[in-house]
Every structure is written in structure tokens, then in C-alpha cells.
Design a protein around this ligand. Structure first.
Ligand SMILES: [Zn+2]
Length: 485
């Protein structure tokens, strides 16, 4: 079995450029009046989620936690259930039609599907990270004036963006479901924009059963607008308001790194949007033994044909309900995996085979809560302080009382890291204070830093942590070095 301590990842272009995965946000945060960061994660609603889906979602929470602790900003997760994914398809007269889950199931069934497959994970992630989340659906998103107004703006250059969004046909897939039955042309071949002016966009579309229908799309209504994946992302990424002091981050599975080439082509055609474009973070892909992405279509094939598509793929990777333990264990192993992946950008900006994941998650599957507590926690630290800890001269580490810090207990292992170096320590005592000043009333100044006076240390600490961070409270960890054998 692969031991975590020997787990290595190769260097990659992006991993080489940053010290932490959330560093990719830093250029946008340091250079603006950003007050909070919203991590968006969208998931196609089509039956059982698989591990890849859950991994992207739990990473959204862990990234939000890390960004909050690193940048001192409020962060949250915005989950969008993409209920416009096709539930049924059919051919008629040589054309392909589809009906989305939203029309096939209805809003109530979508809600209960989300509650069953996703909310237990989100609630567990919120409890662990104290990152709040919201849930929406594509159906609600496309109904918002912001989304629809942005969609209407893209129509002025519909032919030009069509060559990016649908390079083969040049026709962007705008699906306007039949108001009678909810079926829509998959490739929108007979959907036409008839008029576009200040009154909105007037379309005609065809239903195989109910014939021609018109849709007069405005920011306020006019019918359901179902955009194919790339188009939806273009509109969604452009629909953020200028002046909201939020940095929007799209958390996407790694395969999007390729797809975004076309999204960016459409953005270039459309020019700069009114609001800021979001940042994208691509999460690790999960690959089968042949290097293909673990996918829901594989899962469906497996369901159709019986045996697993790949004998080496354990069932729980495709269907979390097959996990050989409690749901709590699964969530614990999943977030443990997420934390491992985030502990080093080399572990984050890469892909994993199902075999590697099976090892990693099994290794991290907690037998008891005790073994969980003994897993070292990685804590990056400035070089000056790192050297003092490594020499054993600094025995008290000071942190703002973020939720992630409050989870640390006496006896826990902390692995301090600074670039390539690391130093394993054990927590022997924890102190809690309202302010840094109050802390120095109890903690020995030379245990925090033997080379600076209390006044000098307070000046440095206040420069590093602004008042709104200090307001969260102060924690001290008395540590002793552990021989890392
Ligand atoms: Zn119809």
C-alpha cells in the first residue's frame, strides 16, 4: 500500500509557478478591492454522482477554506445543479431532439435529487470548513435578468461566436423547449433568430410533435433558454455585475482546461464584459487504467452491460453508495483526499488514476477518530519563523482563530512547511486569546520569537494580520519537534 509520506507528484508548469493552489487567485486579490470570494461549481444532474463529481465539489469547499484562511476574506460555495442535462433523446425526421431533466422531472423532483445525492456531502463539508454554500439550478439561473440580458447581448455576434461554440456547424446550440411538451432540438438546426432589437430576441423553433413555435426572449421572460455547455459557460462567466466586490472562481474538472479554449475564443469575439471575468481553477481529473476520464457515460454503460467497464475500478468510484463503510467514513476519506491534494500544488495540478485514488483513499480511510487526529496537518510558514522552529528555538506558533485552526487538538501533528523544507511537530498545549496583546500577557515572548522584543513582534503581527482578522481571536500552539521517522 502506498504510504502518504512517500507520496510524490511530478512538477508541472503550473505547480512550478505557485507555492499553493490558491496562489492562482492572488493576482486578482492583491490588486483590487475584493471583499469576498465565491467558488462556483456546476454539476450535471444525471443520476448517481461518481467520485470525480464529489471530489470537485469537496475541493470547492476546501479551496474556499484555504482562500479564507490565506487571504482573510469571506468565502462561500455556490453550487449549480445543471438540470438542463438531457434526460431523454429521440430522433425524428433525421433530427435529434432532447428533453432536459428540468422538463422531464420537474422542479420538486430535481430538488429531492439534489438533496439525496449532494446535500449530505455539502453539509459535511460546511461542518468541516465552516464555509457556507448556496444551491441553485440551471433553470433558476437562466431565469435571472442578469443571465438573460447577457445572453441577449451575445446574440449581436451570434454567427461569430457560433464558429467557436460549435466549430463544425457554426450554429451555437440555443435550445428553446416546446412550451407544450418541453422537447427541444438538440443541435438547434431549425432554431432561428428572427429579430433582435431593444424589444428582445424573437426566435422560431420546431417541435417534432407540436410544430413551429416562437419564443420572444427578454431579460424578464419569454420562455426557457437552454444553452449547450460551452455557450452556457460563456454567458455565465460574463454575467457577473461590475462593482460587486466579489472574486468569482469557477471550480472545474480538469477536462475543462481543454474546453475553455473554445469558451475563450467566444469571449475574445464578444470583447470585454461589463463585469469582471471569473478566475478558473481546474481540479484533478480521475482517469481509468487506460487514461480515459472516469465518466457518467461509463457508469451508464456499466449499468447497461452489468460488469464494471474496467475490472480494476472499484464500484464505489463510480457509485459512492457502494463504499465499503459508513457514509461518514466516505466523506471523511473524500475530504482527507482533498486536503492531501491541496497540500502541495504538485498534488493538485495533475490527474489521478482510479488505482492511485483507491490507494490514497483507503490509506486515509480512518479506522478510528484517534488515527484521524494523528494525521499531520500541513501549515505553510514564513522562512524566518520556519528556521526558528526547525532549530527548536521557537516553541509557540501564533495563528488567527480560523475554523480550520480551531479544529487542532493537543496531540495533533503539525507539519510546518516552507517551500521545499518541512518540519514535523506535535502540539503540546493550546492557548486562546481575544487579542495579540492579551496573548503576550500569558505567552513567553521568547518562545514566540527569541530574537525580537514584544513591541517588535506586535508590530510585525499587526502588519501581517489586520484588525478584522485579529477580531476572530488568537490561538497559540505550543509545539515540540517530532523525529520524522
Ligand atoms: Zn412539443
Amino acid at each position: 500500500m502506498m504510504a502518504i509520506s512517500t507520496f510524490r507528484s511530478p512538477n508541472t508548469v503550473l505547480a512550478n509557478a505557485v507555492e499553493d493552489a490558491v496562489d492562482v487567485l492572488r493576482p486578482r486579490i492583491s490588486d483590487s478591492d475584493i471583499e469576498n470570494v465565491s467558488f462556483s461549481v456546476g454539476t450535471q444532474i444525471n443520476g448517481h454522482p461518481h467520485l470525480g463529481t464529489h471530489l470537485v465539489q469537496s475541493l470547492a469547499f476546501l479551496l474556499a477554506e484555504r482562500a479564507r484562511d490565506e487571504f482573510g476574506l469571506d468565502t462561500g460555495v455556490e453550487f449549480c445543479a445543471l438540470d438542463n442535462s438531457p434526460a431523454e433523446t429521440t430522433n425524428f425526421d433525421g433530427r435529434r431532439y432532447q428533453r432536459a431533466y428540468a422538463h422531464h422531472l420537474g422542479a420538486d423532483a430535481i430538488s429531492s435529487l439534489v438533496a439525496r445525492h449532494y446535500l449530505p456531502l455539502f453539509d459535511a463539508c460546511r461542518a468541516r470548513t465552516n464555509v457556507p454554500y448556496t444551491v441553485t439550478t440551471y433553470t433558476r439561473q437562466q431565469a435571472t435578468p442578469a443571465f438573460r440580458a447577457e445572453f441577449l447581448r451575445t446574440l449581436e455576434l451570434l454567427d461569430e461566436i457560433g464558429t467557436w461554440l460549435s466549430p463544425n456547424s457554426g450554429t451555437a446550440h440555443i435550445r428553446l423547449p416546446c412550451p407544450e411538451c418541453g422537447w427541444a432540438e438538440k443541435y438547434a438546426d431549425r432554431t432561428r433568430l428572427l429579430e433582435l432589437d431593444d424589444a428582445g430576441g424573437l426566435f422560431e423553433a420546431h417541435c417534432f410533435e407540436h410544430g413551429r413555435h416562437e419564443a420572444d426572449i427578454t431579460p424578464l421572460g419569454g420562455g426557457y433558454v437552454d444553452l449547450a455547455t460551452l455557450y452556457r459557460n460563456v454567458v455565465k462567466e460574463r454575467s457577473y455585475r461590475p462593482g460587486d466586490r466579489t472574486l468569482h472562481v469557477m471550480v472545474k474538472g480538469g477536462d475543462w482546461a481543454f474546453g475553455c479554449q473554445l469558451v475563450d475564443g467566444a469571449h475574445a469575439v464578444l470583447g470585454l464584459p461589463a463585469g469582471p471575468l471569473p478566475v478558473r481553477i481546474f481540479t484533478p481529473q480521475i482517469l481509468g487504467s487506460d487514461g480515459g476520464k472516469l465518466s457518467k457515460s461509463l457508469l451508464r454503460e456499466a449499468a447497461d452491460t452489468g460488469p464494471a467497464p474496467d475490472d480494476t475500478t472499484p464500484a464505489w468510484l463510480l457509485d459512492p453508495s457502494a463504499w465499503p463503510g459508513t457514509q461518514e467514513d466516505y466523506l471523511e476519506a473524500l475530504t482527507g483526499l482533498g486536503e492531501l491534494v491541496l497540500s502541495d500544488p504538485r498534488h493538485f495540478f495533475r490527474s489521478y488514476t482510479t488505482t492511485a485514488l483507491e490507494h490514497l483513499m483507503s490509506t486515509r480511510r480512518p479506522a478510528t477518530h484517534d488515527s484521524q487526529a494523528k494525521r499531520p496537518r500541513t501549515m505553510p510558514i514564513y522562512r524566518q519563523y520556519f528556521d526558528l522552529i526547525a532549530k527548536g528555538e521557537k516553541t509557540v506558533e501564533v495563528r488567527v482563530a480560523y475554523e480550520s485552526m480551531k479544529r487542532i487538538r493537543v496531540g495533533d501533528l503539525i507539519n510546518f512547511t516552507c517551500r521545499e523544507s518541512s518540519c514535523l511537530t506535535k502540539v503540546t498545549r493550546i492557548g486562546k486569546y481575544r487579542t495579540f496583546g492579551e496573548m503576550f500577557g500569558t505567552e513567553r515572548v521568547e518562545a514566540v520569537n527569541p530574537h525580537a522584543t514584544e513591541a517588535e513582534q506586535l508590530e510585525a503581527i499587526h502588519a501581517i494580520f489586520p484588525p478584522h482578522k485579529e477580531a476572530l481571536g488568537v490561538l497559540t500552539f505550543e509545539i515540540e519537534r517530532v523525529d520524522p521517522r
